[in-house]
Design a protein around this ligand. Structure first.
Ligand code: ADP
Ligand code: MG
Length: 221
């Protein structure tokens, strides 16, 4: 049972996302070659390296500060739409963390709601538009549901990862309304949106990362 996301769990979440991006970056670029300009995998590799760099340089073991450092690092990832949008997500997360030493399932839901609000302030894309929002919005709804039904953080993150994965998968049946893929019409039918796929990989990584910290704690008891 993981009742709280403290600093160690947050780092594990982020490292889980980094690992998943590294494993699947080629697939992300393949999908972006169909849906856009083919750079999403390399953009996400740069994002992953910057996340890792921010973790390595962080000194305070402070949730809000680390999330803010990651936000700035991602806002500076050039070459595409995804870096700045992810930067905004982390900026919202950081503001919601607001000095807390740890987040419970309610805090986690609130933080991601703030992250989503921050992204939604920048783009009009919503569910059904074949963008990263197709994964992010259901993932955040799952975290809210988890908090309201008394799930612990690990269960909540598992549901969020599943919801993000299902949302990304559902983009196969959609035509893009935003981003470069907008001009391709029906040609992207049958292929998931790269940004939704990377968001789903990140949420999967969050869950896997926290699961590992829980397993390590159980083993040391
Ligand atoms: P670019 O499209 O600028 O080359 P990337 O390839 O890194 O950027 O990322 C592409 C992904 O970014 C898309 O698959 C989509 O999920 C997301 N995206 C692009 N434009 C928007 C937008 N206006 N709103 C939301 N998401 C977007
Ligand atoms: Mg691209």
């Amino acid at each position: 049972m993981t009742t709280e996301i403290g600093f160690a769990e947050l780092v594990a979440m982020l490292n889980g996302a980094v690992a998943n991006i590294r494993t699947h970056h080629a697939r992300l670029s393949e999908l972006d070659a169909i849906n856009g300009d083919g750079d999403h995998g390399t953009t996400m590799l740069r994002a992953a390296a910057r996340m890792e760099g921010a973790i390595a340089e962080h000194k305070d073991r402070n949730l809000q500060a680390l999330l803010s450092e990651i936000a700035w690092a991602l806002l500076g990832v050039d070459g595409g739409a995804a870096g700045p949008l992810l930067g905004l997500l982390f900026s919202g997360l950081s503001q919601a963390a607001d000095g807390a030493p740890a987040l419970d399932a309610e805090g986690l839901a609130r933080a991601f709601e703030a992250g989503l609000a921050s992204v939604a302030g920048q783009t009009k894309a919503r569910v059904g538009d074949k963008t990263m929002m197709d994964a992010l919005i259901p993932a955040v709804s799952a975290l809210r549901k988890g908090a309201e039904t008394g799930q612990d953080c690990l269960q909540s993150l598992k549901c969020a990862a599943e919801a993000a994965g299902a949302g990304a998968e559902a983009t196969k049946a959609l035509t893009a309304k935003f981003g470069r893929a907008k001009n391709l019409g029906d040609r992207t039918l049958g292929y998931p949106d790269p940004g939704a796929t990377s968001l789903a990989l990140m949420f999967q990584g969050y869950w896997e990362g926290v699961q590992k910290t829980g397993a390590a704690e159980d083993a040391s008891r």
